[in-house]
Design a protein around this ligand. Structure first.
Ligand SMILES: Nc1nc2c(ncn2[C@@H]2O[C@H](COP(=O)(O)OP(=O)(O)OP(=O)(O)O)[C@@H](O)[C@H]2O)c(=O)[nH]1
Ligand SMILES: [Mg+2]
Length: 340
């Protein structure tokens, strides 16, 4: 954090860190630029903010006519309970997993660099969905310049490797390095999991530092890898990502991803009803642990959040129909009736 920034700037930065929607992020960036003290000590940050404003403006403007960036958008608008990006070396099976997990038609090929564009898909879990975004590979030779932008809205990363390929020992550090150059860090800790290794205090003074909770997906388990291969890999890498072993081919382990993400991201499902009407039991809103009735109201509609007086809640931690204020913390499975 450059010295002498105003509380106004800090507030804008805080809002930027929380924003997920591209348009909201752009507004926050503009506010950051407006409020940042314009002196020598903030020159780098000013330039960084300007670059990001430019990138996001272009992204939101859509494909340029006659420009290089024609065709589909390169950043996937987040949907569902959380967005997870598939990152990994070429041929690890990212697209195959994406197909199996989401029913997408992501391109699969026996040769490297098959995937060239991001592809969204939805992984169902109980009555919610996680959005999985298939991405092109990252290698020492090549990384799409837009790839780090595509990671910005993500809530986490699925780091996919072919566990039978001895090259993954070099591929993983290469990927971590390439992303780190662009200020994207794959973190071993998730909100809902006890840290697997001591967490070093991160340098949080850079608003553009992005830390993404990451799960290592050891794919192609059908090829009969040494059962200890994953541990050996993590040992040699000196990293302790949570790991899931899978096979896109045999289907082994695919069912574990949904429950893992639900727990690790501390997803809380909240069902809503309007006074006098039955509950909307099949489509919950999703928030994270620590969220309030007000946060839920905001998901329903911002005018409802603005006018919210109180709520009645049915659920595990309350008595039936208990009246609570907007700051009441919600629990998974709560039914909330919003009163304006
Ligand atoms: N045996 C086996 N083969 C797999 C598995 N998953 C993927 N494959 C094969 O591995 C090759 C690469 O699969 P893709 O899904 O295209 O891999 P990718 O990581 O998306 O590759 P890029 O898009 O080039 O980065 C294909 O020939 C797949 O059939 C698996 O679990 N087991
Ligand atoms: Mg692919």
């Amino acid at each position: 954090m450059p010295t002498n920034v105003t509380p106004e700037y800090k507030k804008a930065e805080e809002a930027y860190r929380k924003a997920r929607e591209p348009r909201e992020r752009l507004d926050c960036l503009r506010e950051m630029f407006r409020t940042i003290p314009k002196h020598k000590g903030t020159e780098h940050l000013q330039a960084d903010i300007k670059t990001r404003i430019k990138q996001l403006t272009e992204e939101l403007a859509g494909p340029k006519k006659g420009g290089r960036r024609t065709g589909p958008s390169l950043v996937v608008h987040p949907e569902g309970a959380a967005q997870l990006c598939l990152v990994g070396p070429p041929n690890a099976g990212k697209s195959s997993l994406h197909q199996q997990l989401t029913g997408s038609h992501s391109d699969v090929g026996p040769y490297p660099y098959t995937t060239q564009l991001p592809a969204p898909g939805m992984l169902p879990y109980e009555d919610i969905h996680f959005q999985l975004v298939d991405l092109p590979p990252v290698s020492g030779d090549f990384m799409e310049p837009w790839l780090v932008n595509a990671l910005q809205p993500a809530d986490g990363v699925l780091l996919v490797v072919d566990i039978n390929d001895p090259d993954c020992l070099e591929q993983v550090p290469t990927i971590l390095g390439r992303l780190a150059e662009k200020k994207v860090f794959l973190a071993t800790t998730w909100p809902g999991q006890a840290p697997t290794e001591p967490v070093e205090p991160s340098e949080t003074d850079d608003p553009f530092r992005l830390e993404l909770p990451t799960v290592l997906i050891a794919n192609k388990s059908d090829l009969d890898p040494d059962p200890e291969e994953v541990e050996i890999l993590e040992e040699l890498l000196g990293l302790r990502f949570p790991t899931l072993t899978m096979s896109a081919k045999s289907g082994d382990g695919l069912g574990e991803l949904g429950p893992f993400l639900f727990r690790a991201l501390e997803i809380v499902r909240v069902y809503t009803k309007t006074p006098g009407n039955p509950a909307d039991n099949d489509k919950p809103f999703t928030v994270r642990r620590g969220s309030t009735v007000f946060d839920v109201a905001r998901l329903v509609h911002k005018d409802i959040a603005r006018g919210l007086k109180f709520a009645r809640v049915w659920g595990a931690d309350v008595f039936d129909g208990q009246q609570v204020g907007p700051e009441h913390l919600v629990s998974d499975g709560d039914l909330v009736e919003l009163h304006l």
